[in-house]
Design a protein around this ligand. Structure first.
Ligand code: 3PG
Length: 231
């Protein structure tokens, strides 16, 4: 990719923006990765983020990225270094998510042609992201950083930014975040928790994904992106 590094119109990010929900996978056995992607797709989700926080994460990304998974877009999360971004992209990650903003990661992603979504929690971090040409940003850790109230305050200042609040968000908070006009999508692990996967509860994964998709549908498109919508 050339030019700006993280626009909502980048192809791999389009399904996140369309779905308005990003499942964040904290753990999955590599052998279950493709069935997990299929279970999420059955619930109506088109993308997932696999965190690089467990052994086998790259293997899981590779398994999902291989063809045959119904077009589910896989990205890598918890990317902390340029080397990790490179390894994730090599494994097939089509987008990169970080908990914070690192110029080294952002620039490596740009070189690799993989869009990235850095994490920000303060106005200064948002300005660093804007300096890098990034306007789709993860608000992280969302709940611990003040939740909807903090995000509203940041969104009021940075009108051009679209947000992916993540961290501590569950089904109960989803509608509140989706109701903010500047929120592109909400990330979280609540529908892909390790306990569910260890118990083989992919049926429950599908149910929770479908519930989140329904909540996103009820919230509608972000009004900031509608013609004449609120800013
Ligand atoms: C992440 O990596 O983005 C977070 O772990 C997701 O947060 P959650 O597990 O609180 O949903």
């Amino acid at each position: 990719m050339t030019g700006t590094a993280s626009q909502p119109t980048d192809a791999p990010l389009a399904s996140i923006v369309r779905d308005r929900v990003v499942p964040v996978v904290p753990w999955v056995a590599p052998g279950m990765a493709r069935p997990l992607a299929d279970a999420l797709a059955a619930g109506g989700l088109g993308a997932l983020e696999v965190t690089l926080r467990f052994d086998g994460a790259l293997e899981a990304i590779r398994a999902i990225g291989a063809d045959g998974t119904g077009g589910v877009v896989v990205g890598a999360g918890t990317v902390l270094s340029a080397a990790q971004a490179e390894a994730a992209a090599e494994a097939g990650a089509r987008f990169i998510v970080s908990p914070g903003i690192s110029a080294a990661v952002v620039r490596r992603c740009r070189e690799l042609g993989v869009p990235c979504i850095p994490g920000v929690a303060t106005a200064t971090e948002v300005m660093t992201a804007l300096d890098e040409g990034l306007t789709l940003l993860k608000f992280f850790p969302a709940e611990a950083s003040g939740g909807v109230a903090t995000l509203k305050a940041l969104a009021a200042v940075f009108g051009g930014v679209r947000w992916v609040p993540t961290g501590g968000i569950g089904a109960a908070q989803l509608a509140d975040y989706l109701g903010l006009p500047q929120v592109a999508a909400v990330g979280g692990s609540w529908m892909v928790l390790r306990e569910l996967l260890e118990a083989g509860r992919l049926d429950e994964v599908t149910r929770l994904a479908a519930e989140a998709v329904a909540a996103a549908g009820a919230a509608g498109a972000p009004t900031a992106d509608r013609p004449g919508g609120a800013r």
